[in-house]
Write a protein that binds this ligand. Structure first.
Ligand code: IYR
Length: 231
């Protein structure tokens, strides 16, 4: 039998040798600070330019998103990438219908009050202007080759993690996005003709920000407000 040092059978299953890059403590501190400073420049943007974005960038950010860990490595996500103007219009119309209903009837006074600093309303022009809409679907279950249902695990956690990496990759490419969650979102499954094991999770318009864009003057929590160290 051929010897392969990089593969080991553990409990009957093939494992591959893994070693991650390691930095000196000084380098680690510098890199983590640099990454934080970079991430600190990320903002949710609601006004987009229609300037085109290469499709290859979208492919790459989706591949990055798909590096997320997932329950039993089921990767329970689907990404739909919409650049077709007619489909974008359909999505905008359906989203605005739901959002209008939410803003006028469904959201509590407390919720509407909390949203005031963001200056949002039911109108969502970015759904037509942004060159790409990425709709993230979660898959609570799959069908196997015989049509039998196979369950997925920690689906929302897994898809949330993928969405986080997706947002990071979008930012890193020099593009902006918004985590848009029109509610209810089942119109996306219909418009995009997705199978019944997919549920819309998040809608991300992706592109460049519009010129002269302003974002809410939000401050982020400091460590002392959100981290507790048990030494
Ligand atoms: N989905 C609505 C309302 C909304 C809700 C939250 I929570 C926000 O942080 C922002 C908006 C909308 O997109 O306008």
């Amino acid at each position: 039998m051929e010897e392969n040092q990089d593969i080991k059978i553990i409990k009957g299953f093939e494992h591959v040798k893994y070693s991650h890059v390691q930095y000196s403590q000084k380098e680690m501190i510098e890199r983590s600070k640099k990454f934080y400073d970079w991430m600190e420049t990320r903002r949710s943007v609601r006004e987009f330019s229609d300037k085109p974005v290469p499709k290859e960038v979208i492919d790459n950010i989706l591949l990055s998103a798909s590096t997320a860990p997932s329950g039993a490595h089921k990767q329970p996500w689907t990404f739909c990438v919409v650049s077709n103007p007619e489909i974008k219009t359909k999505i905008r119309e359906a989203a605005e219908k739901e959002e209008y209903e939410s803003y006028t009837n469904r959201m509590s006074d407390e919720w509407l009050d909390d949203l005031k600093p963001m200056a949002t309303d039911w109108k969502k022009p970015f759904l037509e202007i942004a060159p790409y809409l990425i709709i993230v679907f979660k898959k609570p279950f799959e069908y196997d080759s015989e049509g039998k249902k196979r369950q997925n695990y920690y689906v929302s956690e897994s898809v949330g993690l993928a969405a986080g990496i997706l947002i990071t990759a979008i930012h890193d490419a020099g593009l902006v996005t918004l985590t848009h969650t029109p509610s209810p979102m089942n119109f996306l499954q219909k418009i995009l003709e997705r199978p019944d094991n997919e549920r819309a999770f998040l809608l991300l318009p992706v592109g460049y920000e519009a010129e002269d864009v302003f974002v809410p003057n939000n401050r982020r929590k400091g460590l002392e407000e959100m981290a507790f160290y048990y030494d």
